[in-house]
Design a protein around this ligand. Structure first.
Ligand code: GLC
Length: 709
């Protein structure tokens, strides 16, 4: 390979659909492929389109190296599953594995080899729009979902990437992107080494242990050093300490943005800093390929680093089997969701929903209800897929509407509809009609929330309540005195207003994806008993942020009877709804946690010893249902102050009425120890007293003591 061809492999460009093959910018992509100056193209799909471009690279360039095609298949391609935050609420990693399996089949058959997913950015910031793309505020839950999704895309066997139903995954965004100050996207992140290692890095390590093929750098700085040029995270931790031998791709113009960060002088400096720090492939901007040869000759980039980056790119292509089979069979192309895929998406959505309130047994609704009003800006809306959907899928395969699904679920009922207010909550002209519908109906379903356009990337909100006057619609329906249920369709935790006290029932449905309406109806009518739990805390007000369960105690923990403790004068303590919270249509009781032993030596733990925590869970209600048993650990005193609780075990169990089961968790060093501030990475397990809490939310009270000696 010539030096130019080597740098060519490090270039990834976007496919510009607006011009189509042979036109405008597309011609530039085709020319680069023809010259062997292109390694990858993203935002491309379709067997014909990808084969045509691949043919240029393979048959017209000097070396015939195939291109690798990437696409943001975040929670589905044609079959859109619920948003990742919703999937995390299922507390069942099989849900996200199901998404990944369906997505991989659909994407690969369309010529896509590589998805830029799973996103695994832990965050304590509900103002941040990208909270929708991750698995919430906890590193343990996020790690479980990250690993499951990687395996779902790639399969268990690293050699399996050649298969027609597998795609390479991408652990993103490396790292600490979710720590953006103020929850404002792309903003500064200043974080200690111990917080980096205990909160933000664990999901990436879990993804690596699951065999993730690629990693994407993040836009943020990490304590003053941009993640796109951070040798500590990209090389010291990722490639050396963890031994990652896959490919690191920049995020969009992340290399170029080193200039705007005030970190690089110009494009050449950005290329030098980023490539030397550990980025292997440049997405969108072209500083590597434009400056690489000059930098190499000037000794500003080592030959070994260049060859290592090229190796990582070619390795990915070999793993995907592209040298032997660069083209996709056009007859294999999946062009629409299958019935099975829809069924999986519907089940995933229902399994991800969280019942936040249910008084006077308003839920489940009776399919025999004689009249049901379905009102609200999202009652008769298909805008329920959530952020990060492929535009083609949004147009061709819109979400099932709630109104249509309710009519189908209750064929004998008189189902009426009124919009009430628009999605922005600005036009309140329809509230009267909605009130009239509610008055005339036995029960009303109020479907409110966020349009996906204000969720996801570049969608930070300073006010995270229901947009505009949507709350007024709820209050107007409440004023009728008739039974009603609020269904929330949103991509982040919301602050709820006074309407919460007035609403007998509230169902958190998130953005549920292509089968939205049916999944919501399944839960509303009790076909599915909701069993999801919150993967994020819901603040009472924006002023309370950051508020998360895994917080430190402080020297003056909240005490209602002592002014001089950590609190707000104008708010009760704690979130509106805590991490891990969710109700069911049945009831469960938990026994006392039992330990296999009440003490264990730190040395023994360090050598791999473990102990068991078990607890009995019983369905004491009248209908089958799911409960999520959760185990939290608290290290009472340590050389670094520890969170008051850390999730270290969860299990979703299904029980018939009256039945019970014993849930067992193993605890080892990784559950009881923590990373220190040592930048070389030091994990310590210290002697001392621990509290182990078992319950059905992070507010669990049942506890037992453990001594590490
Ligand atoms: C975006 C996102 C990233 C995505 C990439 C390619 O800016 O930050 O998550 O994968 O660009 O679309």
């Amino acid at each position: 390979m010539t030096v130019d061809e080597k740098f060519g492999q490090l270039q990834q460009l976007p496919w510009t659909w607006d011009t189509g093959p042979g036109g405008g910018e597309t011609k530039a992509v085709e020319d680069a492929a023809r010259k062997g100056m292109l390694g990858s193209v993203f935002s491309i799909f379709g067997a014909k389109t990808t084969n045509a471009l691949q043919k240029i690279a393979v048959e017209e360039s000097r070396l015939g190296i195939p291109l690798v095609f990437g696409l943001d298949v975040i929670h589905g391609m044609w079959t859109n599953f619920p948003i990742p935050l919703a999937q995390a609420a299922s507390f069942d990693p099989e849900v996200t594995a199901a998404d990944a399996e369906v997505s991989a089949k659909e994407a690969r058959s369309n010529g896509v080899h590589w998805t830029f997913a799973p996103m695994m950015d832990v965050t304590h910031e509900p103002r941040w729009g990208r909270i929708a793309e991750g698995s919430g505020e906890d590193p343990y839950l996020t790690s479980a979902f990250a690993a499951a999704k990687v395996r779902g895309y790639q399969g268990e066997d690293p050699k399996g990437l050649k298969a027609k139903d597998r795609i390479a995954a991408c652990a993103k965004h490396f790292v600490a992107y979710g720590g953006a100050e103020g929850g404002r996207d792309y903003n500064t992140v200043d974080v200690s080494e111990s917080r980096l290692r205990n909160l933000y890095l664990p999901p990436f390590k879990a993804a690596l242990d699951a065999g993730v093929a690629t990693v994407m750098a993040s836009f943020n700085t990490i304590s003053g050093v941009p993640a796109h040029a951070n040798p500590h995270t990209l090389t010291d931790v990722l490639k050396k300490e963890w031994g990652f031998d896959g490919l690191v791709v920049s995020d969009f113009t992340g290399v170029k943005e080193l200039i705007a960060h005030g970190f690089a002088e110009d494009g050449a400096d950005a290329a030098r800093l980023s490539l030397n720090a550990g980025v292997d492939m440049e997405m969108t901007s072209t500083h590597f390929v434009e400056n690489g040869k000059k930098l190499l000759r000037a000794g500003k980039i080592e030959q070994q680093r260049l060859d290592d980056a090229v190796y990582r790119v070619l390795q990915l292509k070999f793993q995907l089997g592209l040298f032997d089979h660069p083209y996709v069979e056009e007859t294999d192309e999946i062009t629409e969701p299958s019935a099975d895929a829809r069924k999986a998406a519907r089940a995933a959505a229902a399994r991800s929903m969280v019942l936040l309130k249910n008084e006077k047994s308003v839920l489940p609704l009776s399919a025999k209800a004689s009249s049901i009003a379905v009102v609200g800006p999202f009652a008769d809306s298909a805008d329920l897929l959530g952020t990060w959907v492929i535009p083609a899928s949004e147009k061709k395969f819109p979400a099932v509407k709630v109104l249509d699904a309710v009519k189908k679920a209750a064929p004998k009922a008189k189902v009426t509809y009124a919009k009430g207010v628009d999605a922005a909550g600005k036009d309140t002209g329809g509230i009267g009609e909605a009130v009239a519908a509610a008055k005339a109906a036995d029960v009303t379903v109020v479907v409110v929330g966020e349009p996906p356009a204000i969720s996801g990337e570049a969608a930070a909100r300073s006010d995270i309540s229901l947009p505009g006057a949507q709350e007024k619609l709820i209050e107007a329906v409440a004023a009728t005195g008739k039974p009603f249920v609020v269904v929330l369709v949103n991509g982040r935790p919301l602050t709820v207003g006074d309407w919460l006290a007035q609403a007998p029932a509230v169902l958190e449905a998130w953005h549920p994806g292509i089968e939205a309406g049916h999944a919501i109806a399944d839960v509303l009518f009790g076909t599915v008993n909701p069993g999801g739990k919150l993967p994020v805390s819901f603040p009472r007000t924006v002023g309370q942020i950051p508020i998360h369960y895994n917080h430190e105690s402080t020297g003056r923990p909240y005490d209602p009877d002592n002014k001089y403790t950590s609190k707000y004068l104008d708010l009760p303590d704690g979130p509106q709804f805590p991490f891990g919270f969710g109700l069911s249509y049945t009831d469960f009781t938990l026994g006392e946690p039992k330990l296999s032993r009440s003490s264990v030596a730190a040395d023994a733990l360090r050598k791999g010893d473990t102990l068991e925590v078990s607890v009995e869970v019983r369905n004491t209600g009248e209908r089958a249902g799911d409960e999520v048993v959760q185990l939290y650990v608290h290290d009472r005193a340590a050389s670094l102050t520890q969170p008051v609780r850390r999730l270290r075990g969860f299990r979703r169990v299904t029980l018939e009425p009256g039945k019970h089961t014993t849930v067992r968790f193993r605890l080892g060093a990784e559950d009881l120890g923590f990373w220190t501030n040592d930048s070389h990475g030091h994990f310590t397990v210290e002697a001392g007293a621990f509290d182990l809490y078992v319950g059905t939310s992070s507010a669990a009270t049942a506890k037992t003591g453990l001594t590490v000696s």
